[in-house]
Design a protein around this ligand. Structure first.
Ligand code: FRU
Length: 483
């Protein structure tokens, strides 16, 4: 099979080789961000599920490490290591620690394809997350089901207990369990049949956050991956209260809220053990059917999570991790672009600068004041010769952000869209284009749209545009992360 380097992202994580899906066991330890991930070490497609491993000091450059938890083959059983989390057991509640050092404990789903069974299991590491030992007492939870997976564990200081959130996918249901030692678990309560129940529920997580950053206003964010066929159903969230036992939804059961409005964002989970109450997640960008080679699948940009009070209630906001802002600021002047108070009128403004901003590795932060233009935004992956491009546009009358692929002589195809209104008369867009992925944060992260693009090698042009009228660019800053 032919290699596709033109689609390999430069500032998003991909495995060096072969397949990835969900991020697993995200944890910050001793100055390093660990990323474990659903991985097939042997082939460039789903199978032989194991935990691949990489680390990063800056959430930008990743070091590839050997498989951390491989599949287990015995005479009559194959055990695949499905998704889960990792916790630092600082008090050594599990007793897995040695020499006074806190063990790192992975809590994962064992999937037994032959027996059609899923159970929750432990593996622990005494070398900082490089190698793991399977717990001899596995499984730690078995409710005799074929589909029962994706444990997410947090430590609750007040209750002095671990709390696990885990999904019963086909029943659109989550279960909460408590434990003092990670080994014995008691069922606390269940939550389900609310929000979007059109698809199975997977990869849940329960995260405490302060609304508007106010320590007096604690709320819990419950995120669930719930299907992947329909554009708007990749991930949903609930906000509410959690008393150490039961989750109470802030909204009516039928109310639905989504994490991302594009076609590809899925299976995101937050990091454990981050300093300063920071909450940052990574998601998987599902590769559609496109055969990238020699890897398949990539992670999203790390996203900081916030809850904000709005006139409609408490809502989730996302921003590219603040850690990355420092990285952008340190890029050389040749890789930066800035403008302000620039009017566009029924035209295109090319943003390519020297040999920069022409590699589909751009990050743009822009604020627009809509005028008479029907649509405005950016033209990405432009190929002037073949007359092909991707439009990231905002349609003023429909209050709609959209991604459309355009080819001369053909009707434009809208692949992704979301509805969002200007805030104080302005639309702000943070646009992260990285070879084959596009993430757009609107109005400071009020809504996010993530999709994939597979442009031809020469399709690298970049422009801002206004259609049939004018728009004002209040400010535009751009960075080229091309290596
Ligand atoms: C989500 C998922 C999880 C499961 C894993 C298996 O993409 O289906 O529910 O643990 O992938 O690879």
């Amino acid at each position: 099979q032919q290699a596709t380097p033109q689609w390999r992202p430069v500032y998003h994580f991909t495995p060096a080789k072969n397949w990835t899906n969900d991020p697993n066991g995200l944890i910050y330890l001793n100055g390093e961000y660990h990323l474990y991930y659903q991985h097939n070490p042997y082939e460039n497609k789903w199978g032989h599920m194991s935990w691949g491993h990489a680390t990063s000091k800056d959430l930008l450059n990743w070091k590839h490490l050997p498989v951390a938890i491989p599949e287990i083959e015995t005479k009559d059983t194959t055990t695949w290591i499905f998704s889960g989390c990792a916790v630092l057991d600082s008090k050594n509640t599990s007793g897995f620690g040695t020499g006074g050092k806190a063990p790192l404990v992975a809590v994962y789903t064992a999937d037994l394809p032959k027996q059609q069974r899923e159970t929750q299991c432990l593996a622990y590491s005494n070398d900082g997350g490089t190698t793991f030992t399977q717990y001899a007492g596995n499984p730690v939870i078995d409710i005799q089901k074929k589909d029962f997976r994706d444990p997410s564990v947090i430590w609750m200081e007040e209750q002095q207990q671990w709390v696990m959130t885990v999904a019963v996918p086909a029943e659109h249901k989550l279960q909460f369990y408590a434990s003092k030692n990670l080994k014995e678990w008691t069922l606390l309560s269940e939550f389900g049949d609310q929000g979007d129940v059109r698809k199975i529920w997977e990869c849940p997580s329960l995260t405490p956050l302060y609304v508007d950053g106010d320590p007096g206003k604690k709320k819990w964010l419950l995120m669930i991956s719930s299907g992947n066929q329909d554009a708007a159903t990749g991930m949903q969230y609930f906000t509410g209260d959690f008393d150490g036992k039961t989750f109470t939804n802030d909204n009516k059961p039928e109310h639905q809220q989504f994490v991302d409005y594009g076609r590809t964002f899925y299976a995101a989970i937050p990091y454990n053990n981050l300093p300063d109450g920071r909450q940052t997640m990574l998601g998987w960008l599902m590769p559609f059917d496109t055969p990238t080679h020699p890897w398949r699948g990539q992670m999203s940009i790390p996203r900081d999570l916030f809850l904000k009070s709005t006139s409609e209630g408490v809502r989730l906001y996302q921003q590219p991790s603040g850690v990355l802002a420092e990285k952008l600021a340190a890029l050389p002047a040749s890789a930066r672009l800035a403008m302000q108070q620039t009017s566009l009128r029924s035209n295109e403004l090319q943003l390519t600068k020297g040999n920069r901003f022409n590699a589909n590795t751009n990050w743009i932060d822009a604020v627009f004041t809509p005028g008479t233009a029907t649509d405005f935004g950016f033209k990405l992956t432009q190929d002037k010769t073949a007359k092909r491009e991707t439009i990231l546009g905002y349609n003023v009358s429909r209050n709609e952000l959209y991604v459309a692929t355009v080819e001369e002589g053909k009707a434009p195809v809208i692949t992704d869209k979301l509805t969002v209104k200007p805030v104080a008369g302005k639309i702000s867009l943070q646009v992260l284009l990285d070879k084959s992925s596009l993430e757009v944060f609107v109005n400071g992260g009020e809504k996010v749209l993530t999709t994939l693009l597979f442009p031809s090698e020469k399709a690298t042009g970049l422009a801002a545009f206004a259609k049939d009228g004018d728009v004002k660019i209040e400010t535009l800053k751009a960075w080229d992360l091309h290596k």
